[in-house]
Design a protein around this ligand. Structure first.
Ligand code: GRF
Length: 214
C-alpha cells in the first residue's frame, strides 16, 4: 500500500513537481492544497490529474480558524503524511500537534542555523563557504524540528542570492522525494525529538564554526 500524502503549497511548486516527477510507486499524492489561488504549482497538479483545493487564509478572522478549517479539509483525504512544499504560513501549535510526526517541511538552510526567511542573503552576508537545505519534521517552534535529511553546497565567491538559490534548489528536488520515500518505506521514526533511520538515531553536524544566522 502506498503512502497517502497531501502537499501544501503557496507558490511556484517546484518541490511539488520534483515529488510528482519522481513517480515513486510507494507514494500517492492524493491532493494538493494552496492558500493562494494563483499558485503556479496548482497548474502542475492539475496536469497530473491530482485533486487541488484552494483555501484562502485571508477569508478567516484568526490563524486558528484558518488552521482548523485547513486540517478539516486535509483530513477528508485521510493522508498519512502532510508535506509542506513552500507553504508560506506559520502554523498554529494546534495544527502542528494534530499532525505530530506526520508533518514535514523543507527549509533552505542547514538547520538549526539560519531559521526563518531570506536564508540565501543571510548566508552570503555571514560570509560562510557552505550552505544547505534541510527536510525536517515540523514542531511548534518555527524551523526548529528534527532533521531527516540535509544536503550541503559550497558557496562560491561569485554567488549572489539567485545563483545560490538555483544551485540549492537542485538539492531540494533530490532530498525531498528521498525523505518521503524513506517515510513511505517506514524506515523513519520520530521518537520524542529524535529522528531514527532504520532504528539508528540520525544526527547532522554543522560545519566547524558555522554561525546560527541570528
Ligand atoms: C523552497 O526554496 C523551499 O526550500 C522553501 O520554499 C521554497 C519553495 O519553492 N521552503 P517551490 O514552491 O517548491 O518551488
Amino acid at each position: 500500500m502506498s503512502l497517502r500524502v497531501v502537499v501544501l503549497i503557496s507558490g511556484r511548486g517546484s518541490n511539488l513537481k520534483a515529488i510528482l516527477e519522481t513517480d515513486d510507486p510507494l507514494v500517492d499524492v492524493c491532493a494538493v492544497i494552496s492558500n493562494r489561488a494563483n499558485a503556479k504549482g496548482l497548474d502542475y497538479a492539475h496536469s497530473c490529474n491530482i485533486p487541488t483545493e484552494v483555501m484562502d487564509h485571508k477569508k478567516f478572522n484568526t490563524r486558528f480558524d484558518f488552521d482548523a478549517a485547513l486540517w478539516q479539509l486535509i483530513d477528508t483525504y485521510q493522508p498519512q503524511l502532510v508535506v509542506l512544499a513552500g507553504f508560506m504560513r506559520i502554523l498554529s501549535p494546534e495544527f502542528v500537534t494534530h499532525y505530530q510526526g506526520h508533518l514535514i517541511n523543507i527549509h533552505p538552510s542547514l538547520l538549526p542555523a539560519f531559521k526563518g526567511l531570506h536564508t540565501h542573503e543571510r548566508v552570503l552576508k555571514a560570509g560562510v563557504n557552505i550552505h544547505g537545505v534541510s527536510v525536517h519534521f515540523v514542531t511548534a517552534e518555527l524551523d526548529a524540528g528534527p532533521v531527516i535529511i540535509q544536503a550541503q553546497i559550497p558557496v562560491l565567491p561569485e554567488d549572489d542570492p539567485e545563483t545560490l538559490a538555483t544551485r540549492l534548489l537542485k538539492e531540494e528536488h533530490r532530498i525531498y522525494p528521498q525523505a518521503i520515500h524513506w517515510i513511505a518505506e517506514k524506515r523513519v521514526q520520530l521518537v520524542k525529538q529524535q529522528v531514527f533511520l532504520d532504528g539508528k538515531p540520525l544526527s547532522y553536524v554543522l560545519p566547524d564554526n558555522y554561525p546560527m544566522g541570528d
